[in-house]
Design a protein around this ligand. Structure first.
Ligand SMILES: Cc1cc2nc3c(=O)[nH]c(=O)nc-3n(C[C@H](O)[C@H](O)[C@H](O)COP(=O)(O)OP(=O)(O)OC[C@H]3O[C@@H](n4cnc5c(N)ncnc54)[C@H](O)[C@@H]3O)c2cc1C
Length: 414
């Protein structure tokens, strides 16, 4: 085997690619983890809310629900053993008005069906004993909700993979992929690699890589920017944990929530603003190629024609992008003590790679597409970070059990 020949190449050094590299290190002899940026975790994985979700929101029976609940447990344990900053602060879903209280009961039942431990519904006054600034008539409390330093987590996973002899190549981008019977060729900016197996964990660009290999053409990534405001405070932080509004089941993203971060600041957000580019982190950035690609896809037009609610919401979010007043209004349903002066636009901005199907529907669960020598992981939206370790285990079992090429393990596995 030459220096550029690998058993397994993973594209994408986000939390998913790094978790997979770590998980598979003991099963493949030569693994390459390829990342186009100069360090890991530069996109969604290092720019998210840093919340380790409990798993009560996901639809029971979905892969997303199962991996979130398992992932929550594994991630908190991992952070404890590896010294990654993580705190079990608990999550509160607040019923802003008395008529919202029955929704907490259904949310609790949903969580229990998903296997989330320790859920309880508490009164408004019980909530205020723990979170004096919280508002609301009652709340669902989940003790397994935690906060984590998401960049430190991704880095810890990458370092562990490297310790297990995974080759990490940074600042090199996969540009072209060619699959043949015996191997797959990956042409990058700086060279060419061959692999017996490729795993695509390229986040915002994962659909393009899948399309280049002839799969996943039914889907396209629609980028949604998540912006945050931070709350200035003199002395104690406004809250100690996380406050969420009751989720709207018609909308794929959780609304603006109030979260204490691991560094002690308090964040409001994220919103979900349609972005004019897959890496358009500022509202002024436009990437024409990305916009035209979306406009050319049937899914975009079908969503426009058939999903009026989503478009109204998208339009409202666009108008309210970086609007202090909008954030204040949303967050004031959950917490007292916010003023326009106390809010500052935060430097943290993330972009969600939300998949749209050609029939216009927004995809809610993970999508895995395969070719004989490649696995494409699409739609790793929230709570993707929470699920990362459980997902890596699941993929690893899936590879062994189900894919055609693993029936010839001598070729792929050590
Ligand atoms: C605003 C926001 C808030 C969120 N909040 C939470 C939360 O609180 N809790 C939670 O659990 N989840 C949250 N999520 C979801 C979570 O962040 C993602 O599910 C997770 O980070 C996805 O990881 P990933 O590795 O798939 O993607 P990414 O982190 O985007 O990694 C993909 C990597 O692939 C690289 N890449 C792309 N193309 C190429 C190429 N051609 N060659 C080489 N490298 C390439 C990119 O540079 C990138 O580093 C949030 C997401 C967003 C956007």
């Amino acid at each position: 085997m030459g220096a550029n020949d690998f058993n397994l190449v993973i594209i994408g050094g986000g939390v998913i690619g790094c978790a997979l590299a770590r998980e598979l290190a003991s099963r493949f002899q030569r693994i390459l983890l390829l990342e186009k940026e100069s360090s890991v975790g530069q996109h969604a994985s290092g720019r998210n809310s840093g919340v380790v979700h409990s798993g009560f929101n996901a639809t029971p029976g979905t892969l997303k629900a199962r991996l979130c609940v398992e992932g929550n447990k594994s991630l908190r344990e991992y952070c404890r053993t590896r010294g990654v900053p993580c705190e079990d602060v608990g999550t509160w879903v607040v019923a802003p008005e008395a008529r919202d209280l029955p929704k907490l009961v259904s949310l609790k039942e949903r969580g229990q069906r998903n296997g989330v431990p320790g859920l309880e519904i508490l009164s408004g006054s019980d909530l205020r004993q723990r979170e004096p600034n919280a508002r609301g008539e009652g709340a669902l409390y989940s003790p397994t909700g935690a906060i984590v330093d998401s960049q430190a987590l991704t880095l810890a996973l990458a370092n562990e993979a490297r310790d297990e002899k995974v080759t990490l190549v940074l600042a090199d981008e996969a540009l072209q992929l060619t699959e043949c019977a015996e191997s797959i060729r990956i042409t990058t900016r700086r060279g060419t690699y061959t692999a017996q197996l490729l795993i695509n964990c390229a986040g915002l660009h994962s659909d393009r890589i899948a399309h280049a290999m002839g799969v996943g053409r039914d889907y396209i990534v629609a980028p949604f920017r998540g912006e945050y405001f931070s709350v200035k405070s003199s002395g104690k932080p406004l809250i100690n944990s996380m406050l969420y509004d009751i989720p709207n089941p018609q909308f794929p993203f959780l609304g603006i929530h109030v979260t204490r971060t691991i560094s002690g600041s308090v964040l409001l957000g994220p919103n979900a603003v349609p972005a004019f580019g897959r890496e358009a982190y500022s509202p002024r950035q436009v990437n024409l190629k990305d916009v035209l690609e979306l406009l050319r896809h049937r899914g975009f037009w079908n969503a426009l024609l058939h999903n009026r609610e989503l478009f109204k919401l998208g339009w409202r979010e666009l108008r309210n992008s970086y609007s202090k007043r909008h954030f204040l209004l949303q967050a004031s349903r959950l917490v007292n003590g916010l003023t326009l002066d106390s809010l500052t636009a935060d430097t943290r901005v993330g972009i969600r790679p939300q998949l749209i199907r050609s029939d216009g529907r927004l995809v809610d669960d993970l999508v895995i597409e395969t070719t004989p020598r490649s696995v494409h992981i699409l739609n790793v939206v929230s709570p993707g970070m929470t699920s990362a370790l459980a997902f890596a285990r699941w993929i690893s079992e899936h590879i062994t059990d189900q894919l055609a090429w693993t029936r010839r393990p001598a070729e792929v596995l050590v």
